[in-house]
Design a protein around this ligand. Structure first.
Ligand code: AMP
Ligand code: ZN
Length: 111
């Protein structure tokens, strides 16, 4: 059994409020939402962070990027949304399984 929390969520071993999944990705609600909508988009395969990407992952990353606006629309974010990828301790990454934060809704602060 993996000791990576997000691998375990992807495998269904740890419960999560999933809103979408397919053979490549799993999307679930952040347990501590920072906005009205706050989803986490993860690849099923374990990748620690952006710093671990290889050319082989280009297709997967492109797939995840193109999925974002569809997910946002499904969440009612017609006006737009924000994406954040924290990378490494210095970037505020806490869970070391690559994930894209998708946040949106009223009152999103400026950045
Ligand atoms: P990061 O700082 O980019 O590594 O973000 C990790 C995110 O994972 C935080 O926003 C947490 O609230 C979220 N998180 C941690 N544990 C869980 C969990 N079991 N289910 C859903 N989200 C989680
Ligand atoms: Zn993992």
């Amino acid at each position: 059994m993996s000791d990576c929390l997000f691998c375990r969520i992807a495998a269904g071993e740890v419960p999560a409020d999933k809103v979408y999944e397919d053979e490549r990705v799993v999307v679930f609600k952040d347990i501590n939402p920072k906005a009205k909508v706050h989803l986490l988009v993860i690849p099923r395969i374990h990748l620690e962070s952006l710093a671990d990407l290889e050319p082989d992952h280009d297709k997967l990353m492109g797939y995840m990027m193109r999925l974002l606006p569809k997910l946002a629309r499904d969440q009612g974010l017609e006006q737009g949304f924000r994406t954040i990828i924290n990378t490494g301790k210095g970037g505020g990454q806490v869970i070391f399984h690559l994930h894209i934060h998708l946040v949106g809704g009223p009152g999103l602060p400026g950045f």
